[in-house]
Design a protein around this ligand. Structure first.
Ligand code: HEM
Length: 440
């Protein structure tokens, strides 16, 4: 017998649905203040249990999909990925995809990407000249897409895919829909389907060419092409294409947004910017290309990235569907209810983080006890932790270290506001301009 779940009151019929969409952090704060780490809300007709705090995050992420399931809540991706890839895949296929792809993000492979990422960033920096301004929101999008396509496809194919490649992914995102039937003849659905066909065709050609010359390459894509898949001795090309689209689509906005926030926060804190630059100058010197090992020396930059994860998580919440009754702290999350991870509030709990509203990387540089497991879950956790977490950290370090090494930089727009899109990703809102001048 479990105790009755405390419910947070909301509007008639809608419950807390509007607050959940517009301002989840304030909603979580109200529920937490009234009821503690576990409380119920109504999202119109869908009831949900909100969980807050590191122990509850551990619980949320460590549940298997038989208890708290991911795939049902990612059904909005089906028009883009189909029902058999990554977030939407049934168990057996998901496990197989993870087995194949995880090694492409780690170990020797990750080490080899640092040079490729650096060349992409240097190529962009070479276009900037002595001084000027750039709009961070557009630039971060292009730069992070350039780095990932370079690592996945190598220099030759990355060049062929060109700067317009990212636009197809923007059209895919514009076609995401949670309420309307997704096959209506609306312009944004038409653009979504056209972008998907174009990507399938472009990447299908790349895969076919690579199949014809398998010995010439040793990159991310080659890991996929060399794999077996379920009963297939060779993974089907169509599956490779869909997985590539899924990965690049899944990572695009998050990675661009993370780079944007990291730079914005660093530029808002010139004392930390100076420390990062001193560290970069010491580790890389005036002209050395970053290496996997020299990037490991950038401890202050690491702390700045982690603090940005904390204060600027890409999403305020993640959600699962209870496939059976699940007990927590003497309460029941009933079958059919949603479980909601209160990420934004967990990242700001004063019992863990001193002055939680302040961006302060010092909390992660030793001597303070603020580095608590599961208190920062910007990349998820346990079984479904982001596969690209280390890859993204390397992208951030390469881009930021090369930028501050070459230029003095400052924000033109002092404190850019944030903007949350339909799938809950929060990024700075343009204009978010950066002024730069080549260092002496
Ligand atoms: C700053 C950038 C990123 C952030 C903040 C981020 C965050 C996340 C989070 C929170 C999850 C867990 C989702 C859940 O539990 O419901 C996740 C999963 C995942 N992410 Fe990322 N991500 C980032 C970039 C990327 C990139 C660049 C890629 C691929 C190139 C990627 C691939 C994946 C995959 C495949 C999963 C599924 C893991 C699983 O279900 O086992 N992510 N990511």
């Amino acid at each position: 017998m479990t105790r009755p779940l405390p419910m947070l009151s909301g509007l008639p019929l809608l419950g807390s649905a509007l607050d959940f969409r517009r301002d989840p952090l304030s909603l979580f704060r109200r529920g937490h203040a009234a009821h503690g780490e576990v409380f119920g809300i109504k999202l119109a007709f869908q009831p949900a249990v909100v969980l807050v705090g590191p122990e509850k995050m551990r619980f949320f992420f460590e549940q298997t999909d038989d208890a708290l399931s991911m795939s049902e809540v990612y059904q909005f991706l089906v028009p883009i990925l189909g029902a058999k890839v990554l977030f939407t895949a049934p168990h057996a296929e998901y496990d197989e995809q993870k087995r194949i792809m995880l090694p492409a993000f780690h170990g020797k492979k990750l080490r080899s990407y640092v040079g490729e990422m650096s060349e992409e960033v240097e190529a962009w920096l070479d276009t900037l000249g002595e001084r000027g301004e750039f709009e961070l929101v557009g630039v971060a999008e292009q730069l992070t897409m350039a780095m990932v396509t370079r690592c996945v496809f190598g220099a030759r194919f990355r060049e062929r895919l060109g700067p317009g490649f990212v636009d197809h992914f923007v059209d895919l995102s514009g076609g995401l829909e949670f309420i309307l039937p997704t096959n209506l003849p609306l312009p944004r659905f038409i653009r979504r389907d056209r972008a998907l066909r174009t990507l399938q065709q472009l990447l299908g050609q790349v895969v076919a060419e690579r199949r014809a010359n398998p010995d010439q390459y040793d990159d991310f894509l080659q890991v996929l092409l060399g794999a077996t898949y379920l009963e297939h001795a060779r993974i089907p090309d169509s599956m490779v294409v869909t997985m590539l689209i899924g990965l690049m689509f899944g990572g695009r906005e998050n990675t661009a947004g993370h780079l944007e926030w990291c730079l914005v926060e660093l530029l808002k804190h010139p004392d930390w910017l100076a420390r990062v630059r001193a560290e970069v100058d010491g580790a890389l010197g005036p002209a050395d290309a970053p290496s996997f090992d020299s990037l490991r020396e950038l401890r202050v930059l690491d702390a700045c990235l982690k603090e940005t994860d904390r204060l600027r998580p890409m999403t305020a919440t993640l959600v699962r569907l209870a496939k059976r009754d699940v007990e927590i702290d003497g309460y029941t999350i009933p079958k059919g209810w949603l479980a909601v991870a209160g990420i934004a509030l967990t990242h700001r709990l004063p019992e863990i983080f001193t002055e939680p509203e302040r961006w302060d990387p010092g909390r992660f540089l030793g001597g303070r006890s603020e580095d608590v497991p599961y208190s920062i879950v910007n990349f998820g956790g346990a079984h479904h932790r982001c596969w690209a977490m280390s890859f993204v950290a390397h992208e951030m370090k390469v881009a930021m270290s090369l930028l501050v090494r070459r230029y003095d930089i400052a924000l033109v727009d002092a404190d850019p506001p944030s903007e949350t899109n339909d799938i809950g990703v929060t990024r700075p809102k343009a204009p978010c301009r950066i002024r730069y001048q080549r260092r002496a």
